[in-house]
Design a protein around this ligand. Structure first.
Ligand SMILES: Cc1ncc(COP(=O)(O)O)c(C=O)c1O
Length: 473
């Protein structure tokens, strides 16, 4: 492709994306295709000869789009959001355009330094402890996902607890870690990968609000120590995936600190709310955390993937993950004056992801980000209010921020039918969880362009489906 052709097709792609966003509400939110349908429409073999670029873009429209679930639709209320914004998309495009691989400071100093700088910006923006700053003992790094952040935290915790011996000798089955029954499954996966073993991840009981019970945690740690086991980490969640429960961070951090355990805080979605000072009480006690992560790719308008992970003591993380083969040696590394992010995560190579985050923060400004977060929370609270006032529906969990867990009082089958019909209609997309053994519907307000009219329509459609079901007997 020549430079001129690139320019022409590049404009066409940006036009296509802009058009896609302007017509996004015309598509069924949840893709309606059957398994295998997309592959069946694709040619069995790759082309022998290159094809014109127009044909590629046409196939995106005709063959790919039907198989897309529209995560960026304002009628997307499923799971947790994975929102995006124009400045983030353009930042990502620039990252592709530069084509930088930033494994070492020396392989592109700007890639490392912008990342360190933006992650330092975010520390006061989110009211996080100063020890997370790179200018202090800590520092932040962009990981692909919260799952990778959890794994890095667990590895560092494991190493610290074994005096950095388990990397060399492996684990002996004595290392244990703690999370709640509501903690995201990525912790279990991390325990498997880190060689700790999933049964050595203790899933601590929760209270009536689905938050970890500190008294049970303390008793379990003491019992494990008495049995000769080696506790290494406690993970608390700010906003669990299932119901947005808030673990009592301050109490848990005190227990972790008393036992010298690594304290990891997973604020994958809800961490974004800390941009607004009035929501920071939800993570009170975060000052004692050894590590913390949140996903701008969930609720902070930065397209996937972008996870921000901070540690209070970067030396522990680097000592855990650093290996220096001869072919990566260079003067800047030897000088000790630079950060080499390859030592801060699992993989070696890395993209220039801070560009999109930098663009988002500069485009919106702190005030703009706060405005959108407050809007989302207000809309979810409105929805919760409608549920509370309805004779047929009930809330299934507290609503601290932007997730509403609710259910029809007629039971699991009714809720399943309502959800399936709504999702099949394409008008909106919502998902479920189980709370206290009961099927529960979830509406999460976090898509960049969701406004009052979308949330009103969602509630109207939910009510309509409930009434249709009642009328059908
Ligand atoms: C609380 C929590 N932690 C971790 C994750 C995993 O996120 P990721 O896809 O970034 O690994 C999620 C995903 O929804 C989550 O809600």
């Amino acid at each position: 492709m020549t430079g001129d052709e690139f320019r022409r097709y590049g404009h066409a792609v940006v036009d296509w994306i802009a058009d896609y966003h302007s017509r996004i509400e015309s598509f069924p939110v949840l893709s309606q295709v059957q398994p295998g349908q997309i592959r069946a429409a694709l040619p069995a073999n790759p082309p022998e000869h290159g094809e014109p670029f127009d044909a590629l873009l046409r196939d995106v429209e005709n063959l790919i789009l039907p198989g897309v679930t529209h995560w960026q639709s304002p009628n997307f209320f499923a799971y947790f959001p994975c929102n995006a914004s124009a400045p983030a998309i353009l930042g990502d495009l620039l990252s592709s355009g530069l084509g930088v691989q930033g494994m070492l400071w020396s392989t592109s100093p700007a890639c490392t330094e912008l990342e360190t700088h933006v992650l330092d910006w975010l520390v006061p923006m989110l009211g996080l402890p100063e020890r997370f700053l790179s200018t202090n003992s800590g520092g932040g790094v962009i990981q692909d996902t919260a799952s990778s952040a959890a794994l890095c935290a667990l590895l560092a915790a494991r190493e610290r607890a074994t005096n950095y011996a388990s990397n060399q000798k492996g684990c002996d089955g004595r290392i244990v870690a703690y999370a709640s029954t509501q903690t995201h499954s990525s912790l279990q996966k991390a325990a498997m990968i880190a060689g700790i073993g999933s049964s050595n991840l203790r899933l601590i009981e929760v209270d009536e609000n689905f938050a970890m019970r500190p008294d049970v945690l303390a008793r379990q740690i003491e019992a494990d120590k008495r049995s000769g086991l080696l506790p290494c980490l406690v993970c608390a969640t700010v906003g669990t995936t299932s119901s947005n429960a808030m673990d009592p961070i301050a109490e848990i951090s005190n227990i972790a600190s008393r036992h010298h355990l690594w304290f990891h805080v997973d604020a994958a979605m809800s961490g974004t709310a800390a941009l607004c000072p009035e929501f920071r009480h939800l993570q009170k006690g975060v000052e004692l955390a050894d590590s913390y992560n949140f996903n701008p790719h969930k609720w902070m308008f930065t397209n996937f993937d972008c996870n921000c992970f901070w540690v209070a003591d970067r030396k522990a993380l680097i000592q855990t993950l650093s290996i220096l083969p001869e072919y990566l040696r260079n003067q800047a590394t030897e000088s000790g004056a630079v950060i080499d992010y390859r030592d801060w995560h699992i993989q070696l190579g890395r993209r220039f992801r801070s560009l999109k985050l930098w663009f988002v923060i500069r485009h919106y400004g702190i005030e703009g980000l706060q405005y959108h977060i407050r809007q989302h929370v207000e809309l979810a609270q409105k929805f919760a209010h409608w549920v509370r006032d309805d004779k047929d529906f009930e809330l299934a969990a507290p609503v601290p921020l932007n997730l509403v867990c609710f259910r029809h009082k007629a039971g699991d089958e009714a809720n399943q039918t309502i959800m399936d019909r709504l999702n099949r209609s394409g008008d909106l997309f919502l998902t479920h969880t189980k709370l206290n053994g009961k099927l529960t519907l979830r509406i999460c307000v976090g898509q960049t362009n969701t406004q009052l009219r979308h949330v009103e329509k969602a509630w109207k459609r939910i009510r309509e489906e409930a009434e249709k079901r009642t009328a059908a007997g």
